[in-house]
Design a protein around this ligand. Structure first.
Ligand SMILES: [Zn+2]
Length: 326
């Protein structure tokens, strides 16, 4: 707060503190915009894996909050879904896409993290009998006032897609460490990689397909949402992901990647750049505004969502680096 008051008039500082507190989805803000409802068409990624790609946009009523990706893995005895999309209606659309490929039931949903755009569809899968798997570090968020406020806020801003019937769904199986799951002969290596983008980050690797489902550790063709992330640990986690011998990566946002090394590098470089320009400013008590204006953003400013996300990402990084300097 002290920092905010140094930078902004009191009323703006209070509003910003509120925003910094409640931002818990992957894009930072929900704004009224004229996005068109996105078509959803599953694309095959590898022998067992398909995915649907959300818009590179902020969540709105108009786009139904279809702003993140989800994947599904088809085996001979059932389907494993990775992430549940941003509303129950989107989850129903995803199930319709799955039925175009197989009649097998969805047996599991693995949640990469509990940001709204990845979990508001969970109840549709739960009601259809799927078992929800997530990292136990999400429990604290799920039980928090912030999660409840966020949902209440979304019932207004994302109506009618998020409504009084939309609920937060806890996992049936909480995991704490690396976990292997085999369904219909397909092996899933589920690895905790947080705290990075969130405390509960999971990635899923399918060794038979050499496919990595990376959740929001990887954003493609857009500026990542940093929010309350621990960017230092996020960079370390990306280095760990690079050690998987993946041929294809499905990111949490943006198109799949068949050149994982180069594409993961963009997220990594952006986070490193934020830390490089904000770190010295925070340590030297240089005002945020001056440091922001002085920084060279030319490498990233043409990426989608730069305009809405970069300043907040930089500011959150400034606060993080201030805490790290203490
Ligand atoms: Zn996220």
């Amino acid at each position: 707060m002290r920092t905010l008051q140094r930078l902004f008039p009191r009323t703006v500082a209070i509003a910003l503190t509120y925003l910094v507190t409640i931002f818990t989805n992957c894009t930072g803000v929900v704004q009224a915009a004229s996005d068109v409802p996105a078509a959803m068409a599953a694309q095959q990624v590898s022998a067992h894996v398909w995915y649907v790609e959300g818009l590179s946009a902020l969540g709105t009523s108009a786009n139904q909050n279809f702003i993140s990706n989800a994947a599904f893995v088809v085996t001979r005895v059932g389907v494993v879904v990775i992430d549940a999309l941003g509303s129950p209606a989107l989850a129903e659309r995803l199930m319709a896409e799955i039925r175009k490929v197989t009649n097998q039931p969805v047996t599991h949903v693995i949640v990469t993290h509990y940001h709204a755009d990845h979990v508001y569809g969970l109840q549709a899968f739960k009601d259809a009998g799927a078992r929800i798997v997530a990292h136990s570090a999400a429990k604290q968020y799920l039980e928090s006032e912030i999660a409840l406020r966020r949902l209440q806020d979304s019932r207004q801003t994302l109506a009618p897609w998020i409504d009084e019937k939309t609920r937060l769904v806890a996992a049936d199986q909480w995991i704490d460490g690396p976990t292997a799951l085999t369904v219909g002969g397909v092996r899933f290596d589920i690895r905790p990689v947080g705290p990075a983008h969130t405390p509960e980050d999971l990635v899923v690797y399918l060794p038979q397909d050499k496919a990595l489902l990376a959740g929001d550790l990887v954003f493609r063709r857009r500026i990542p949402f940093v929010g309350q992330a621990d960017s230092g640990r996020w960079i370390e986690a990306l280095d760990a992901l690079l050690r998987f011998d993946a041929s294809v990566v499905v990111p949490g946002h943006g198109p799949l990647s068949t050149t994982p090394r180069a594409d993961m590098q963009l997220t990594r470089d952006y986070l490193s750049h934020l830390r490089k320009v904000m770190g010295p400013a925070a340590r030297n008590l240089e005002p945020f505004d001056e440091a922001y204006l002085a920084a060279d953003w030319s490498r990233f400013e043409s990426l989608p969502l730069f305009g809405v996300a970069n300043r907040m990402n930089a500011y959150n990084t400034y606060l993080l680096m201030e805490r790290e300097a203490r």
